[in-house]
Design a protein around this ligand. Structure first.
Ligand code: WT7
Length: 646
């Protein structure tokens, strides 16, 4: 156990928005009087019609329902744009940094407002109306944020699909919510490589109903096929519409967006977030966790294809009138100093990234970091997966020069915003611990029987009551919502994470306890990778598990049983890895693939993943009881041919 403690620096406890005493008092109030606390906090938003009800939520079996501010009316885009015009019209909203270091662009709040209004009118011209779904499949260009806010402006529900996903994955997500329009670009640009987004969209649309329209943004200028009557250039329609579009009055519980995420079973789920509670939670956590000031330049390196980009590049920061950096590229292009050069170039004050990036840059040594000044930095953030104490200390010492607190923020696509986190002016930091619950969040740890355990302990992490940013349902499948999150433990939200609480009450997330792997901070369901593998004609059966990976946190380890008569070979191994890559996307590519003549199964035919995990970890000395296997001999073969030899 790592028990280094970095006390709250004196200047931080004096100047921060929330110090230790304020945290105590506000936290207590938030859980003892949630209606009073959240009603006050909700004043930070502009309401078209004020709410009279605050919290109306139930985790009861068969009756799970989450509503906040249910009779209030507001518009998210007006909250992110219009209300800033009087005081911040000429303030920069988005600093866009291109993949190529010579490309960048600043957009003021006034300009962003005009562009979003125009974009909203383009969508209207394509027939998009309140409640319609719009899929966004874009690179990290300002138009991605504009597209989101344009949807929000007219009450359309956006569903962003990360640009790294395959045509098949895109098709599944377009189809599940039956999007009316897909917004894409000719191509994306990442690390100097072009990503054929329009081409992928064309392929995806051969697998959907086929009544979708496509709105194409010009990014690289490469020639792409345009299908008359289906595909439209954004710039052509934009030239014909005005830049005035009144924001649609939305009920607080009207959907704002859908975001697909992987679970332990089946296809990705459409996590649905609504307008009022989500926006409040994103804005409040952004302001308090990152101690946001008017002159901050906030940079979160996530992609808007993930929830982190939704909440901490777009909705949270813009609702707070903050200047954000939006980065198109990757950490190691053109060199390993890129992040720090961008920090210096734009005088970034708060830098928020993922442990996988920190570990990769740490491996590249201190030199690229030290080649920059980083004098503008005052606070660092980490998100997406547990950060190992070694990476934490390097981030603290080398990147932050022992000057910047680190907020390790734990949350999920489902939670809308941060739930467990240090506050920089309140929380003594323990490297590797997400530390304490945010306001209104009641975490608990349960044992194997679902009994809440107290004090220092380890078990599964649940949340006992609702918070405003909580997902409302799985799009089109409320049963699945209940089943996934509320059936394991009654009357509690189950996070899917394991967790330890130490004697000081700090929470330490230990990782997923379900069949979800966290690869470089990206969630991947083992079932999805398995189903991609078995869709290959040479594969009869597949089982996929995670294993510890130095950079990615977890790597993907696939066990594959081939069809009768097919022989294993290095070429086939490559072919199968590429197959998964093409089926789902590069992030799903198995790191290791083992040909297994048989998989360890119980007599009832259930695959014993515990054993597969142990072998993948190269820990086969501790397999435990294998006597219930129908054929214990398969284990010897699996061990003999294991792929991860330490
Ligand atoms: C899963 C959620 C949070 C938005 C990005 C990922 C893991 C996330 C942390 C952290 C330890 C973390 C959990 C969680 N996770 N942040 N600070 N410490 N684990 O969102 O794709 O929905 O994944 O990421 O396992 O359940 P997501």
């Amino acid at each position: 156990m790592h028990d280094t403690i970095h006390p709250v620096p004196a200047d931080w406890s004096q100047s921060a928005r929330v110090d230790a005493a304020a945290y105590e008092a506000m936290y207590r109030r938030s859980v003892e009087d949630p209606n009073g606390f959240w009603a006050e906090q909700a004043e930070r938003l502009d309401w078209i019609k004020p709410f009279t009800k605050v919290k109306n939520t139930s985790f009861a079996p068969g009756a799970v329902s989450v509503k906040w501010f249910e009779d209030g009316v507001l518009n998210a885009s007006a909250n992110c744009l219009d209300r800033h015009l009087a005081t911040r019209g000429d303030k920069v909203a988005i600093i866009w940094e291109g993949d190529d270091p010579s490309e960048s662009r600043s957009i003021t709040y006034r300009e962003l407002h005009a562009e979003v209004n125009r974009f909203a009118n383009v969508l209207k011209k394509l027939g998009v109306a309140k409640g319609d779904r719009v899929t966004i499949y874009l690179p990290m260009i300002p138009e991605a944020a504009m597209a989101m806010l344009a949807c929000a402006r007219i009450g359309a529900i956006h569903s962003i699909v990360f640009g790294g996903f395959s045509p098949d994955s895109l098709a599944g997500r377009i189809g599940d919510c039956h999007s009316k329009v897909v917004i894409t670009a000719d191509e994306g640009l990442r690390g100097g490589k072009k990503v054929p987004l329009k081409h992928n969209t064309d392929t995806a649309l051969t697998k959907t109903i086929g009544d979708e329209k496509v709105l194409v943004i010009r990014r690289t200028g490469s020639e792409v096929a345009m299908h008359a009557g289906r595909d439209y250039w954004y710039h052509e329609i934009a030239a014909t519409v005005s830049d005035v579009c009144e924001p649609e009055p939305m009920n607080a519980e009207d959907p704002l967006f859908i975001l697909y995420t992987s679970g332990s079973t089946g296809r990705p789920k459409g996590v649905l977030h609504t307008t009022g509670g989500y926006l409040l939670h994103a804005a409040l956590t952004h302001e308090i966790v990152f101690d946001i000031r008017e002159d901050d330049v906030f940079w979160c390196t996530a992609d808007v294809g993930w929830v982190t980009g939704h909440s901490y590049i777009v909705y949270g920061p813009l609702a707070n009138g903050t200047t954000v950096v939006m980065f198109e590229g990757i950490p190691n292009y053109p060199t390993n100093a890129r992040f720090w050069q961008v920090v210096d170039k734009h005088k970034v004050t708060i830098f928020h990234t993922a442990p996988t990036a920190i570990r990769a840059l740490m491996q590249a040594g201190d030199e690229p970091v030290k080649s920059s000044s980083r004098a503008s930095l005052r606070l660092l953030g980490s998100v997406g997966e547990p950060i190992n104490p070694e990476a934490w200390e390097w981030y603290y010492r080398v990147v932050g020069e022992n000057r910047c607190p680190i907020v390790d923020t734990w949350w999920q696509t489902e939670t809308g915003g941060v739930l467990i986190t240090p506050l920089p002016g309140a929380t003594p930091l323990k490297p590797g611990s997400a530390s304490w619950p945010f306001f209104g969040v009641q975490p608990a740890i349960v044992d194997a029987d679902g009994k809440i355990i107290e004090g220092a302990c380890e078990g599964n992490l649940v949340i006992l009551d609702s918070w405003p940013g909580q997902m409302r349902t799985v799009y089109g499948d409320h049963d699945r919502f209940e089943q996934t999150y509320f059936s394991t433990y009654k009357n509690m939200y189950f996070t899917g994470d394991g967790c330890r609480r130490d004697a000081d009450g700090y929470y330490w997330i230990t990782g997923r306890v379900d069949d979800v792997i966290n690869v470089s901070g990206h969630r991947m369901g083992t079932a999805e990778v398995e189903s991609a593998l078995v869709s290959h004609t040479k594969v009869s059966e597949a089982a996929v598990v995670g294993y510890p990976h130095d950079i990615k946190g977890q790597g993907i380890y696939a066990y594959v049983t081939l069809m009768h008569g097919v022989s294993p070979s290095e070429d086939l191994r490559k072919e199968l890895k590429n197959w998964v890559r093409a089926e789902i996307g590069p992030i799903a590519t198995p790191d290791l693939l083992q040909f297994a003549p048989g998989l360890p199964k119980t007599r009832s035919g259930k695959i014993m993943r515990r054993i597969l995990r142990k072998i993948a970890e190269d820990e086969f000395g501790a397999l435990g009881d294998i006597s219930t296997l129908s054929d214990p001999a398969v284990v010897d073969d699996l061990i003999a041919n294991r792929q991860n030899r330490k």
